[in-house]
Design a protein around this ligand. Structure first.
Ligand SMILES: Cc1ncc(COP(=O)(O)O)c(C=O)c1O
Length: 370
């Protein structure tokens, strides 16, 4: 199986530990083990834990806790994976066959730009439009979602725009999937990271064609334990488990224990509140910085998540611009082209305020030289 390089992930892995300022991040500054202990994680129990295999699809206790957030779901609707990325991957392995089509929202986290073609499937893109407050281009959507479409992938809230689909847009997408017989894969890893607006509604329960993936990396602020999950119809989840058996067998035992604490409803709310506090504090810093450029930069304030996508008024390709920023200012930011759109850069707003201000100052100095 030949797979194209995941450009953004590779750029990050290559440079994030070598630059002075990594602003290619996409989550809030992570939660520590001590903070997890304060929420009830039994650290002493972990010290005594035999490091054997854990249950390969996630312990029953973890799956039951995760199921609480999906009305009507049971442990049988849940598969625990190594991060949301593995959840998305095993779903593709389970569902896609050569000749299938996948409709893919852009800009986006580009996993589904690369995986379907490696499995012989075709990707049909549809856009979110900055000038329409990141609403989907519905003509493109209707062209992309046809009876040949096996799966539609959206991230909601969206990486990188921080936008959230309206309920009306969600209903329209689900109705179209039902009409053509496609699955709707809603990657909801940013659900719970709303900055000022109410909680993002989940696609869960809107149709039996809906499959949700999520994980601890973004809204919970715990990327390092690498826990994600799939919530879907039990038959699809069973297929995913079969794929998972071949891939990594299952998540690690310490991570499952951490996740059991993080996913408890009261702790989940505490973690979401921590994330919201960080983002509410940082958003004005980014807003003020963008405004200082007058019309040269255009953006819609993110509604959720630790990132925003900014359009710049220069013909310079985004990769070249980000390379200049990295080489001249030792700051790593993500070029739009690595997110499926040209003429944009993705900025991070999840770090400490001083870090953010200095990073933006350096990015701004390079932009001013254009
Ligand atoms: C939309 C989306 N899905 C999945 C992932 C990967 O998440 P995880 O760290 O849980 O594997 C990311 C990471 O940036 C993301 O933005």
């Amino acid at each position: 199986m030949k797979i194209e390089q995941f450009e953004m992930e590779r750029m990050q892995s290559t440079w994030e530990n070598l630059v002075e300022m990594d602003m290619s991040e996409s989550g809030v500054r992570p939660v520590s083990l001590r903070e997890m202990a304060e929420m009830g994680l039994d650290l002493d129990g972990i010290l005594n834990m035999p490091l054997g295999y854990s249950q390969s699809n996630g312990t029953i206790a973890l799956r039951e806790t995760l199921a609480l957030q999906y009305p009507g779901a049971t442990a049988g609707h849940i598969e625990v994976t190594n991060g949301t990325s593995e959840a998305n991957y095993v779903l593709a392995l389970a569902l896609l066959r050569p000749g299938d089509h996948v409709a893919f929202q852009v800009p986006n986290y580009m996993q589904y730009g690369g995986i379907p073609p490696s499995l012989g499937a075709t990707v049909d893109r549809f856009s979110l439009c900055l000038d329409r407050d990141w609403e989907p281009d519905w003509e493109e959507f209707d062209r992309a979602v046809t009876p040949q479409t096996r799966l539609v992938y959206v991230s909601n809230p969206n990486n990188p725009t921080g936008s959230i689909l309206s309920l009306e847009a969600m209903r329209r997408m689900v109705a179209r999937c039902e009409q053509v017989g496609a699955y709707l894969l809603a990657d909801e890893v940013y659900l719970g990271a709303e900055i000022h607006c109410p909680r993002t509604p989940s696609f869960w329960g809107m149709s039996d064609r809906v499959i949700v993936t999520s994980g601890l990396s973004k809204a919970y602020g715990i990327p390092g334990v690498r826990i994600g999950w799939i919530a879907g119809p039990p038959s699809v989840v069973a297929e995913c488990w079969s794929q998972h058996d071949y891939l990594t067998i299952g998540p690690n035992k310490i991570s499952d224990a951490v996740a059991r604490v993080a996913a408890m409803p009261e702790n989940r709310e505490k973690l979401y509140a921590r994330t919201r506090g960080i983002l509410q504090h940082n958003l004005p810093i980014v807003r003020e910085w963008v405004e200082s450029f007058g019309g040269f930069l255009a953006f819609r304030e993110p509604q959720a998540g630790a990132l925003c996508l900014v359009r710049y008024g220069s013909p310079m390709p985004s990769y070249e611009l980000c390379e200049r920023i990295r080489v001249n200012r030792s700051v790593l930011v993500v070029p739009g082209i690595h997110l499926g759109v040209e003429g944009y850069v993705r900025l991070w707003l999840g770090g400490r305020p001083e870090f953010l201000k200095e990073g933006l100052r350096r990015v701004g100095a390079e932009l001013s030289s254009l």
